[in-house]
Write a protein that binds this ligand. Structure first.
Ligand SMILES: [Zn+2]
Length: 490
Protein backbone atom coordinates (compact mmCIF):
# COMPACT_ATOMS: atom_id res chain seq x y z
CA UNK A 1 0.00 0.00 0.00
CA UNK A 2 1.51 3.30 -1.07
CA UNK A 3 2.08 6.01 1.52
CA UNK A 4 -1.09 7.94 2.20
CA UNK A 5 -0.99 11.63 1.51
CA UNK A 6 -2.92 13.84 3.86
CA UNK A 7 -3.93 17.48 4.07
CA UNK A 8 -4.59 19.07 7.45
CA UNK A 9 -7.57 21.35 7.96
CA UNK A 10 -7.91 23.36 11.18
CA UNK A 11 -10.49 25.89 12.15
CA UNK A 12 -11.32 28.04 15.12
CA UNK A 13 -14.41 30.13 15.69
CA UNK A 14 -14.56 33.57 17.26
CA UNK A 15 -17.13 32.37 19.71
CA UNK A 16 -15.04 29.59 21.12
CA UNK A 17 -11.79 31.12 22.22
CA UNK A 18 -11.57 28.58 24.98
CA UNK A 19 -11.66 25.68 22.55
CA UNK A 20 -8.65 23.97 21.11
CA UNK A 21 -6.31 26.43 19.42
CA UNK A 22 -5.46 26.13 15.74
CA UNK A 23 -1.83 25.32 16.53
CA UNK A 24 -2.92 22.59 18.87
CA UNK A 25 -5.27 21.17 16.22
CA UNK A 26 -2.51 21.20 13.59
CA UNK A 27 -0.03 19.59 15.94
CA UNK A 28 -2.46 16.82 16.85
CA UNK A 29 -3.19 16.22 13.18
CA UNK A 30 0.53 16.01 12.43
CA UNK A 31 1.01 13.46 15.20
CA UNK A 32 -1.97 11.52 13.88
CA UNK A 33 -0.37 11.45 10.42
CA UNK A 34 3.12 10.53 11.56
CA UNK A 35 1.79 7.77 13.84
CA UNK A 36 0.32 6.18 10.73
CA UNK A 37 3.22 6.97 8.48
CA UNK A 38 1.18 9.37 6.36
CA UNK A 39 2.77 12.17 4.39
CA UNK A 40 1.36 15.64 5.10
CA UNK A 41 1.14 17.59 1.86
CA UNK A 42 -0.42 20.81 3.08
CA UNK A 43 -2.01 22.60 6.03
CA UNK A 44 -5.09 24.81 5.63
CA UNK A 45 -6.65 27.03 8.26
CA UNK A 46 -9.69 29.19 8.89
CA UNK A 47 -9.62 31.68 11.73
CA UNK A 48 -12.54 33.17 13.55
CA UNK A 49 -15.45 31.70 11.66
CA UNK A 50 -18.26 30.16 13.64
CA UNK A 51 -19.17 26.67 12.51
CA UNK A 52 -22.92 27.28 12.46
CA UNK A 53 -22.68 30.49 10.51
CA UNK A 54 -20.59 30.08 7.39
CA UNK A 55 -20.74 27.20 4.99
CA UNK A 56 -17.38 25.46 4.49
CA UNK A 57 -17.21 26.46 0.85
CA UNK A 58 -17.45 30.11 1.90
CA UNK A 59 -14.32 29.83 3.97
CA UNK A 60 -11.03 30.83 2.38
CA UNK A 61 -9.01 28.04 3.98
CA UNK A 62 -11.40 25.29 2.99
CA UNK A 63 -11.64 26.59 -0.59
CA UNK A 64 -7.88 26.71 -0.82
CA UNK A 65 -7.80 23.08 0.30
CA UNK A 66 -10.29 22.03 -2.37
CA UNK A 67 -8.38 23.86 -5.07
CA UNK A 68 -4.90 22.88 -3.93
CA UNK A 69 -2.65 21.41 -6.63
CA UNK A 70 -1.27 18.77 -4.22
CA UNK A 71 -2.84 15.34 -4.36
CA UNK A 72 -4.17 13.93 -1.08
CA UNK A 73 -6.26 10.94 -0.06
CA UNK A 74 -7.29 12.13 3.37
CA UNK A 75 -8.08 15.40 5.09
CA UNK A 76 -7.27 15.29 8.77
CA UNK A 77 -9.46 17.39 11.03
CA UNK A 78 -9.62 17.67 14.80
CA UNK A 79 -13.35 16.88 15.08
CA UNK A 80 -16.04 16.90 12.46
CA UNK A 81 -17.78 19.80 14.14
CA UNK A 82 -14.72 21.82 13.04
CA UNK A 83 -16.00 21.42 9.53
CA UNK A 84 -19.67 22.20 9.97
CA UNK A 85 -22.55 21.73 12.38
CA UNK A 86 -25.04 21.84 9.55
CA UNK A 87 -25.65 18.41 8.15
CA UNK A 88 -26.23 19.55 4.57
CA UNK A 89 -23.11 21.66 4.56
CA UNK A 90 -21.17 18.75 5.96
CA UNK A 91 -22.45 16.38 3.29
CA UNK A 92 -21.74 18.96 0.65
CA UNK A 93 -18.18 19.37 1.89
CA UNK A 94 -17.77 15.60 1.90
CA UNK A 95 -18.99 15.47 -1.71
CA UNK A 96 -16.39 18.02 -2.71
CA UNK A 97 -13.71 15.84 -1.14
CA UNK A 98 -15.07 12.72 -2.84
CA UNK A 99 -14.73 14.54 -6.14
CA UNK A 100 -11.04 14.72 -5.31
CA UNK A 101 -11.08 11.05 -4.28
CA UNK A 102 -10.33 12.00 -0.72
CA UNK A 103 -12.10 11.51 2.59
CA UNK A 104 -12.11 13.05 6.05
CA UNK A 105 -10.47 11.53 9.06
CA UNK A 106 -10.89 12.85 12.55
CA UNK A 107 -8.31 13.04 15.31
CA UNK A 108 -10.80 13.12 18.16
CA UNK A 109 -13.84 11.63 16.43
CA UNK A 110 -13.44 8.01 15.40
CA UNK A 111 -14.15 8.64 11.76
CA UNK A 112 -12.39 7.69 8.58
CA UNK A 113 -14.37 8.67 5.51
CA UNK A 114 -11.83 7.21 3.17
CA UNK A 115 -13.85 3.94 3.34
CA UNK A 116 -17.58 3.47 2.58
CA UNK A 117 -18.33 2.11 6.08
CA UNK A 118 -16.40 4.91 7.67
CA UNK A 119 -18.30 7.40 5.57
CA UNK A 120 -21.70 6.04 6.65
CA UNK A 121 -20.64 6.17 10.28
CA UNK A 122 -19.41 9.76 9.96
CA UNK A 123 -22.69 10.79 8.45
CA UNK A 124 -24.47 9.46 11.50
CA UNK A 125 -22.12 11.42 13.75
CA UNK A 126 -22.81 14.53 11.69
CA UNK A 127 -26.51 14.06 12.31
CA UNK A 128 -25.84 14.09 16.02
CA UNK A 129 -23.64 17.14 15.64
CA UNK A 130 -26.51 18.96 14.00
CA UNK A 131 -28.90 17.87 16.71
CA UNK A 132 -26.56 19.22 19.31
CA UNK A 133 -26.17 22.55 17.52
CA UNK A 134 -29.95 22.88 17.25
CA UNK A 135 -30.45 22.13 20.89
CA UNK A 136 -27.76 24.61 21.89
CA UNK A 137 -29.52 27.31 19.89
CA UNK A 138 -32.87 26.41 21.40
CA UNK A 139 -31.42 26.34 24.90
CA UNK A 140 -29.86 29.76 24.48
CA UNK A 141 -33.19 31.23 23.31
CA UNK A 142 -35.13 29.50 26.10
CA UNK A 143 -32.67 30.61 28.70
CA UNK A 144 -33.06 34.21 27.60
CA UNK A 145 -36.84 34.16 27.88
CA UNK A 146 -36.60 32.42 31.21
CA UNK A 147 -34.08 34.93 32.48
CA UNK A 148 -36.31 37.78 31.43
CA UNK A 149 -39.34 36.25 33.06
CA UNK A 150 -37.41 35.75 36.24
CA UNK A 151 -36.34 39.38 35.90
CA UNK A 152 -32.77 38.24 36.02
CA UNK A 153 -30.30 40.62 34.48
CA UNK A 154 -29.51 39.67 30.90
CA UNK A 155 -26.27 41.38 30.06
CA UNK A 156 -26.79 44.87 28.75
CA UNK A 157 -26.88 48.06 30.75
CA UNK A 158 -28.67 48.37 34.03
CA UNK A 159 -31.12 51.27 33.67
CA UNK A 160 -30.53 54.39 35.75
CA UNK A 161 -32.42 54.04 39.02
CA UNK A 162 -32.04 50.28 39.19
CA UNK A 163 -29.17 48.01 40.11
CA UNK A 164 -28.51 44.31 39.85
CA UNK A 165 -28.56 42.34 43.04
CA UNK A 166 -28.22 38.64 43.80
CA UNK A 167 -31.48 36.84 43.05
CA UNK A 168 -33.14 36.07 46.41
CA UNK A 169 -35.08 33.19 44.84
CA UNK A 170 -32.26 31.43 43.08
CA UNK A 171 -29.11 31.82 41.10
CA UNK A 172 -28.07 34.83 39.07
CA UNK A 173 -28.78 38.52 39.37
CA UNK A 174 -32.07 40.38 39.34
CA UNK A 175 -32.96 44.03 38.95
CA UNK A 176 -33.97 45.99 42.02
CA UNK A 177 -34.45 49.64 42.85
CA UNK A 178 -31.24 51.50 43.47
CA UNK A 179 -32.09 53.30 46.72
CA UNK A 180 -29.68 56.14 45.90
CA UNK A 181 -31.25 56.88 42.54
CA UNK A 182 -34.78 55.54 42.25
CA UNK A 183 -36.31 58.65 43.80
CA UNK A 184 -34.79 60.80 41.10
CA UNK A 185 -36.51 58.65 38.49
CA UNK A 186 -39.78 58.90 40.42
CA UNK A 187 -39.35 62.66 40.63
CA UNK A 188 -38.72 62.92 36.90
CA UNK A 189 -41.77 60.81 36.04
CA UNK A 190 -44.04 62.66 38.46
CA UNK A 191 -43.01 66.04 37.12
CA UNK A 192 -43.52 65.13 33.50
CA UNK A 193 -46.86 63.48 34.28
CA UNK A 194 -47.91 66.68 36.06
CA UNK A 195 -47.18 68.56 32.87
CA UNK A 196 -43.78 70.02 33.65
CA UNK A 197 -41.43 70.32 30.71
CA UNK A 198 -38.37 68.15 30.39
CA UNK A 199 -36.28 71.32 30.60
CA UNK A 200 -37.70 72.04 34.02
CA UNK A 201 -36.92 68.45 35.03
CA UNK A 202 -33.34 68.91 33.85
CA UNK A 203 -33.13 72.06 35.93
CA UNK A 204 -34.56 70.30 38.95
CA UNK A 205 -32.03 67.46 38.66
CA UNK A 206 -29.18 69.94 38.50
CA UNK A 207 -30.54 71.90 41.43
CA UNK A 208 -30.82 68.89 43.70
CA UNK A 209 -27.44 67.63 42.54
CA UNK A 210 -28.68 64.30 41.20
CA UNK A 211 -25.83 62.13 39.90
CA UNK A 212 -25.90 61.61 36.13
CA UNK A 213 -25.95 58.06 34.75
CA UNK A 214 -22.30 58.31 33.79
CA UNK A 215 -21.37 60.13 36.97
CA UNK A 216 -19.94 62.94 34.86
CA UNK A 217 -21.20 66.21 33.41
CA UNK A 218 -24.60 67.70 33.96
CA UNK A 219 -28.09 66.61 33.03
CA UNK A 220 -29.34 67.02 29.48
CA UNK A 221 -32.71 66.69 27.80
CA UNK A 222 -31.91 63.46 25.98
CA UNK A 223 -30.79 61.62 29.09
CA UNK A 224 -33.99 62.43 30.96
CA UNK A 225 -36.09 61.39 28.00
CA UNK A 226 -34.21 58.12 27.53
CA UNK A 227 -34.60 57.24 31.20
CA UNK A 228 -38.33 57.97 31.21
CA UNK A 229 -38.98 55.96 28.05
CA UNK A 230 -37.49 52.80 29.56
CA UNK A 231 -40.24 50.18 30.06
CA UNK A 232 -38.61 49.12 33.33
CA UNK A 233 -40.45 52.10 34.88
CA UNK A 234 -43.58 49.99 34.52
CA UNK A 235 -41.82 46.77 35.44
CA UNK A 236 -41.61 45.64 31.84
CA UNK A 237 -38.53 44.17 30.24
CA UNK A 238 -37.22 45.37 26.90
CA UNK A 239 -37.14 42.33 24.70
CA UNK A 240 -35.35 43.51 21.58
CA UNK A 241 -32.81 45.95 22.89
CA UNK A 242 -31.01 45.90 19.56
CA UNK A 243 -34.13 46.40 17.50
CA UNK A 244 -34.52 49.69 15.72
CA UNK A 245 -38.22 49.36 14.99
CA UNK A 246 -40.23 52.08 16.61
CA UNK A 247 -43.48 50.18 16.62
CA UNK A 248 -45.15 51.05 19.87
CA UNK A 249 -45.47 48.27 22.37
CA UNK A 250 -43.53 45.78 20.32
CA UNK A 251 -40.41 46.10 22.36
CA UNK A 252 -41.20 44.45 25.65
CA UNK A 253 -41.32 40.88 26.80
CA UNK A 254 -44.82 39.49 26.33
CA UNK A 255 -46.61 36.37 27.43
CA UNK A 256 -48.52 33.95 25.26
CA UNK A 257 -51.50 36.32 24.93
CA UNK A 258 -49.23 39.08 23.72
CA UNK A 259 -49.64 41.01 26.97
CA UNK A 260 -46.53 42.49 28.55
CA UNK A 261 -44.96 40.57 31.36
CA UNK A 262 -45.04 43.05 34.24
CA UNK A 263 -42.97 42.67 37.35
CA UNK A 264 -44.54 45.02 39.87
CA UNK A 265 -41.71 44.63 42.33
CA UNK A 266 -39.34 46.58 40.08
CA UNK A 267 -41.92 49.02 38.69
CA UNK A 268 -42.37 52.58 39.91
CA UNK A 269 -45.49 53.29 37.83
CA UNK A 270 -48.57 51.37 36.73
CA UNK A 271 -48.29 50.45 33.05
CA UNK A 272 -51.08 52.86 32.11
CA UNK A 273 -49.24 55.76 33.77
CA UNK A 274 -46.05 54.89 32.00
CA UNK A 275 -47.86 54.85 28.66
CA UNK A 276 -49.32 58.26 29.51
CA UNK A 277 -45.81 59.44 30.30
CA UNK A 278 -44.47 58.18 26.98
CA UNK A 279 -47.40 59.85 25.21
CA UNK A 280 -46.46 63.13 26.87
CA UNK A 281 -42.86 62.71 25.75
CA UNK A 282 -44.11 62.01 22.23
CA UNK A 283 -46.12 65.24 22.37
CA UNK A 284 -43.08 67.15 23.58
CA UNK A 285 -41.00 65.76 20.77
CA UNK A 286 -43.43 66.73 18.10
CA UNK A 287 -44.54 70.31 17.57
CA UNK A 288 -42.84 73.28 19.11
CA UNK A 289 -41.25 72.05 22.27
CA UNK A 290 -39.65 75.09 23.79
CA UNK A 291 -38.23 75.57 27.23
CA UNK A 292 -41.48 77.36 27.96
CA UNK A 293 -41.53 76.85 31.68
CA UNK A 294 -37.95 77.01 32.83
CA UNK A 295 -39.09 78.30 36.17
CA UNK A 296 -41.62 76.02 37.69
CA UNK A 297 -44.53 77.83 39.24
CA UNK A 298 -44.07 78.26 42.94
CA UNK A 299 -47.03 76.59 44.51
CA UNK A 300 -48.53 78.27 47.52
CA UNK A 301 -47.94 76.54 50.82
CA UNK A 302 -51.52 76.69 52.05
CA UNK A 303 -53.58 76.63 48.89
CA UNK A 304 -56.50 74.27 49.24
CA UNK A 305 -56.28 74.34 53.03
CA UNK A 306 -57.82 77.76 53.63
CA UNK A 307 -61.59 78.16 54.03
CA UNK A 308 -63.60 81.24 54.70
CA UNK A 309 -65.30 80.94 58.09
CA UNK A 310 -67.92 83.60 57.45
CA UNK A 311 -70.52 81.57 55.63
CA UNK A 312 -71.52 78.45 57.54
CA UNK A 313 -72.49 75.31 55.75
CA UNK A 314 -69.69 73.54 53.98
CA UNK A 315 -67.69 76.76 53.83
CA UNK A 316 -66.07 78.41 50.87
CA UNK A 317 -62.56 77.71 49.76
CA UNK A 318 -60.30 80.74 49.55
CA UNK A 319 -58.26 81.48 46.43
CA UNK A 320 -54.77 82.77 45.98
CA UNK A 321 -54.45 86.46 45.28
CA UNK A 322 -51.91 89.24 45.47
CA UNK A 323 -52.10 91.84 48.21
CA UNK A 324 -49.77 94.84 47.86
CA UNK A 325 -47.39 92.75 45.80
CA UNK A 326 -47.39 89.90 48.30
CA UNK A 327 -49.27 86.71 47.81
CA UNK A 328 -52.29 86.08 49.95
CA UNK A 329 -55.69 84.47 49.87
CA UNK A 330 -59.14 85.82 49.32
CA UNK A 331 -62.71 84.57 49.66
CA UNK A 332 -64.57 84.72 46.34
CA UNK A 333 -67.82 85.30 48.24
CA UNK A 334 -67.12 88.02 50.80
CA UNK A 335 -63.74 89.18 49.46
CA UNK A 336 -62.01 89.05 52.83
CA UNK A 337 -58.26 88.87 52.42
CA UNK A 338 -55.45 87.43 54.47
CA UNK A 339 -51.73 87.64 53.78
CA UNK A 340 -48.35 87.46 55.45
CA UNK A 341 -49.42 84.79 57.93
CA UNK A 342 -48.05 81.50 56.62
CA UNK A 343 -45.07 81.57 58.96
CA UNK A 344 -47.53 81.87 61.84
CA UNK A 345 -49.41 78.77 60.70
CA UNK A 346 -46.15 76.88 60.46
CA UNK A 347 -45.07 77.99 63.94
CA UNK A 348 -48.43 76.96 65.35
CA UNK A 349 -48.23 73.63 63.57
CA UNK A 350 -44.77 72.93 64.97
CA UNK A 351 -45.81 74.01 68.47
CA UNK A 352 -48.85 71.76 68.55
CA UNK A 353 -47.82 68.84 66.39
CA UNK A 354 -44.02 68.89 66.20
CA UNK A 355 -43.52 66.15 68.73
CA UNK A 356 -46.37 64.01 67.53
CA UNK A 357 -46.38 61.12 65.18
CA UNK A 358 -47.12 61.91 61.59
CA UNK A 359 -49.62 59.34 60.49
CA UNK A 360 -49.61 59.14 56.75
CA UNK A 361 -52.69 57.92 55.01
CA UNK A 362 -51.79 55.20 52.56
CA UNK A 363 -54.41 54.19 50.08
CA UNK A 364 -53.69 50.90 48.45
CA UNK A 365 -55.63 50.28 45.32
CA UNK A 366 -55.54 46.73 44.14
CA UNK A 367 -56.92 47.33 40.76
CA UNK A 368 -58.12 43.85 40.09
CA UNK A 369 -58.75 43.39 36.42
CA UNK A 370 -58.85 47.08 35.64
CA UNK A 371 -55.09 47.36 35.70
CA UNK A 372 -54.84 45.08 32.71
CA UNK A 373 -57.53 46.75 30.61
CA UNK A 374 -55.37 49.40 28.95
CA UNK A 375 -52.91 46.70 27.99
CA UNK A 376 -55.65 44.51 26.59
CA UNK A 377 -57.04 47.38 24.54
CA UNK A 378 -53.58 48.18 23.34
CA UNK A 379 -52.93 44.62 22.25
CA UNK A 380 -56.35 44.45 20.55
CA UNK A 381 -55.42 47.49 18.47
CA UNK A 382 -52.16 45.86 17.54
CA UNK A 383 -53.94 42.68 16.56
CA UNK A 384 -56.38 44.61 14.36
CA UNK A 385 -53.46 45.99 12.48
CA UNK A 386 -51.62 42.68 12.28
CA UNK A 387 -54.72 40.91 10.99
CA UNK A 388 -55.16 43.48 8.25
CA UNK A 389 -51.53 43.10 7.26
CA UNK A 390 -51.41 39.31 7.42
CA UNK A 391 -51.21 37.78 3.97
CA UNK A 392 -51.03 34.20 5.14
CA UNK A 393 -54.40 32.62 5.89
CA UNK A 394 -53.01 30.45 8.72
CA UNK A 395 -51.34 33.41 10.40
CA UNK A 396 -54.54 35.43 10.11
CA UNK A 397 -56.59 32.66 11.66
CA UNK A 398 -54.14 32.40 14.53
CA UNK A 399 -54.27 36.15 15.16
CA UNK A 400 -58.05 36.13 15.06
CA UNK A 401 -58.07 33.36 17.62
CA UNK A 402 -55.79 35.45 19.83
CA UNK A 403 -58.15 38.36 19.37
CA UNK A 404 -61.18 36.29 20.37
CA UNK A 405 -59.39 34.98 23.47
CA UNK A 406 -58.39 38.49 24.40
CA UNK A 407 -61.96 39.79 24.06
CA UNK A 408 -63.07 37.08 26.48
CA UNK A 409 -60.28 38.05 28.83
CA UNK A 410 -61.35 41.69 28.62
CA UNK A 411 -64.91 40.80 29.59
CA UNK A 412 -63.65 38.83 32.54
CA UNK A 413 -61.30 41.60 33.68
CA UNK A 414 -64.00 44.26 33.42
CA UNK A 415 -66.00 42.39 36.01
CA UNK A 416 -63.23 42.34 38.59
CA UNK A 417 -63.80 45.35 40.83
CA UNK A 418 -60.91 47.27 42.32
CA UNK A 419 -60.25 46.72 45.95
CA UNK A 420 -59.18 49.76 47.95
CA UNK A 421 -57.69 49.39 51.36
CA UNK A 422 -56.76 52.24 53.63
CA UNK A 423 -54.16 52.29 56.32
CA UNK A 424 -52.10 54.78 58.23
CA UNK A 425 -48.38 54.56 58.41
CA UNK A 426 -46.25 55.87 61.24
CA UNK A 427 -43.92 58.26 59.44
CA UNK A 428 -42.01 59.55 62.46
CA UNK A 429 -42.41 62.91 64.16
CA UNK A 430 -43.91 65.87 62.34
CA UNK A 431 -40.93 67.96 63.41
CA UNK A 432 -38.50 65.68 61.58
CA UNK A 433 -40.74 65.50 58.54
CA UNK A 434 -40.87 69.28 58.41
CA UNK A 435 -37.12 69.56 58.73
CA UNK A 436 -36.47 67.09 55.96
CA UNK A 437 -38.92 68.85 53.65
CA UNK A 438 -36.41 71.69 53.64
CA UNK A 439 -37.38 74.54 51.33
CA UNK A 440 -39.40 72.31 49.01
CA UNK A 441 -42.89 73.83 49.14
CA UNK A 442 -44.54 70.72 47.78
CA UNK A 443 -42.93 68.55 50.43
CA UNK A 444 -43.93 71.06 53.11
CA UNK A 445 -47.48 70.99 51.81
CA UNK A 446 -47.57 67.22 52.05
CA UNK A 447 -46.51 67.42 55.71
CA UNK A 448 -49.15 70.04 56.53
CA UNK A 449 -51.75 67.98 54.68
CA UNK A 450 -51.11 65.10 57.03
CA UNK A 451 -51.55 67.38 60.04
CA UNK A 452 -54.54 69.53 59.21
CA UNK A 453 -57.88 69.17 57.52
CA UNK A 454 -58.73 72.86 57.10
CA UNK A 455 -57.79 76.28 58.29
CA UNK A 456 -60.82 78.48 58.86
CA UNK A 457 -60.33 82.21 58.37
CA UNK A 458 -62.50 84.87 60.02
CA UNK A 459 -62.60 88.52 59.08
CA UNK A 460 -60.17 90.78 60.83
CA UNK A 461 -59.59 94.48 61.07
CA UNK A 462 -57.50 96.30 58.52
CA UNK A 463 -54.01 97.70 58.94
CA UNK A 464 -51.02 96.15 60.70
CA UNK A 465 -51.84 93.40 63.10
CA UNK A 466 -49.82 91.61 65.72
CA UNK A 467 -49.17 87.92 65.21
CA UNK A 468 -51.60 87.17 68.01
CA UNK A 469 -54.30 89.17 66.27
CA UNK A 470 -53.70 87.36 63.00
CA UNK A 471 -53.69 83.99 64.72
CA UNK A 472 -56.96 84.88 66.41
CA UNK A 473 -58.57 84.92 62.97
CA UNK A 474 -57.57 81.32 62.34
CA UNK A 475 -59.07 78.07 63.49
CA UNK A 476 -57.17 74.97 62.55
CA UNK A 477 -59.01 71.67 62.16
CA UNK A 478 -56.33 69.13 62.95
CA UNK A 479 -56.58 65.72 61.43
CA UNK A 480 -57.45 63.26 64.12
CA UNK A 481 -56.19 59.83 63.34
CA UNK A 482 -58.90 58.05 65.30
CA UNK A 483 -58.23 54.59 66.61
CA UNK A 484 -54.81 54.56 65.05
CA UNK A 485 -52.87 53.33 67.99
CA UNK A 486 -50.75 55.10 70.55
CA UNK A 487 -51.49 58.69 69.67
CA UNK A 488 -52.80 60.21 72.86
CA UNK A 489 -53.90 63.76 73.35
CA UNK A 490 -54.47 64.58 69.70
ZN1 LIG B 1 -66.09 84.58 52.75
Amino acid sequence: MPTRRAAIYARISVAQEASVSIDRQVEAAQQYASARGWQVVGTFKDDGVSASEKRPEDRAGWRELLEAPQKYDAVIIWKIDRLSRKLLDFLHADESLQARKAGLVGVEDPIDMTTPQGRAFAQILAVFGQMEADSIRARVADARVKLLKDRRVVGGKVPFGWRSVPNPDGPGLVLAHDPDRIDYVRGMAERVLRGNSIYSVVQWLDEVGAPTPTGRGSWVYGTVERILRHPILAGMTPFNPGSTTKERGSNVLRDGDGLPVVDESVAILPVADWRALVAKLDDNDSAQSRPRALRSKTSALLSGLLWCGEHGGDGIRMHRCTVNGRHGYTCPECSQVISNFEHLVVAEFLRQKGERVRWTRVEEVHEGGAALLPEIEHRLDELDQLIRQATDREVRRELQQQQADLLDLRDAKREEAPNVSLRYEDAGWFEDAWASAGEDVEAQRAVLDDAMERIWVRRGGTGRRTPAQVLARLTIDWKVPEDLGPVDGV
